[in-house]
Design a protein around this ligand. Sequence first.
Ligand code: C6P
Length: 412
Amino acid sequence: MTAIEKHTINVTAIRSQFPILSRNINGKPLVYLDNGATTQKPQRVIDAITQYYANENANIHRGVHTLSQLGTDAYEATREKVRAFIGAKSTHEIIFTKGTTDSINLVAATFGRQNIQAGESILISAMEHHSNIVPWQMLCEEKGAKLNVIPINDKGEIIYSEYLKLLETKPKLLSVVYVSNALGTINPIKEMIADAHSFGVPVLVDGAQAIQHLAVDVQDLDADFFVFSGHKMYGPTGVGILFGKEVLLNAMPPYQGGGDMIKTVSFAKTEYNDLPFKFEAGTPNIEACICLGKAIDFLNEIGLEAIAEYEHSLLTYATEKLQNIEGIQFVGTATEKSSVISFNLEGIHPYDVGVILDKMGIAVRTGHHCTQPLMAFFQIPGTVRASFACYNKFEEVDKLVEGLTKVKKMFA
Ligand code: C6P
């Protein structure tokens, strides 16, 4: 049975939920292969935004009037949906943030400032996104601490023996990506967490590229912190999640001060609110938080196992087809990979490839993918990246291959 015949999900039915997928770009049907940057949104998410402003708009946690209570209920119902989606113990452990970047900065500014002192270290990996590098660098600068980096091999996999050696130096935190946005590598996160814990090291998992592709259970993983963005999982921009174990969140000071994160305020003293509100100062992005719940409904209806299986067959198919293009150089060839293919065409700048593909209606990302140290490791300025979602078709892979063949001819 071929990869095309084997898949179990109804891609036509899924695609019909995404209005943008039937539009043309530069006179050609859109082939959207930039899902690592952001996914498209199903109609139910788009409708929920309009519905919220047309019928339910009010501030939450503040009013006794009906609209405010409706909004509060919907907001808190989404928190429960997120809790169930990632298998957290309690809604106290689910903090709404602006996104992955905001979540990591929150942990750095609170847990980090509280627990990391001069001369101590934080451990990350060589394949991190800038948002899992820079906040830790800023903290290290402030504290006089050190940032250590787990090296990777030429396939783009963590060198596990080196990781274990670095754990022996007893870092105060391991902050590591689950799925690399630039390479697609799936790190052995459960094993990494277990090993970190055996050295008493807490772990933050950057799940920005995992949450939409793999079933996540934070209790099974035993993650201390797990962060992700709504917009990469078919939800709106401007909302993300910080999961943290309750015991850790309780011990952390608040991030920002303001409304909602307090119990009482006097000029002499402020008493902070309980979890999760302690970390949610000010009016949040209410409609985005509520609409994230609709995106979770969408994912639950298809099922993460079915999505993972289908996307894996897309990845296998695309890898087989692309490797027939002469002069293609794959960047990131890990044994365990998510549905991301990064590559370069010999002698052609990735930017040129991206611009020409766009003329054919094909959207890919080009450049360093906010992973400059990783690009430096591979000694390249960047790559062309095709990243797939559950609505992509095998025919779209064929169009990418045709497009790249044309690019090659133009540069021949
Ligand atoms: N990666 C990409 O095209 P925000 O911007 O906060 O939603 O997500 C940041 C982030 C953090 N970690 C990983 C692994 C990510 O992939 C991203 C976002 C996008 O690859 C935009 S650079």
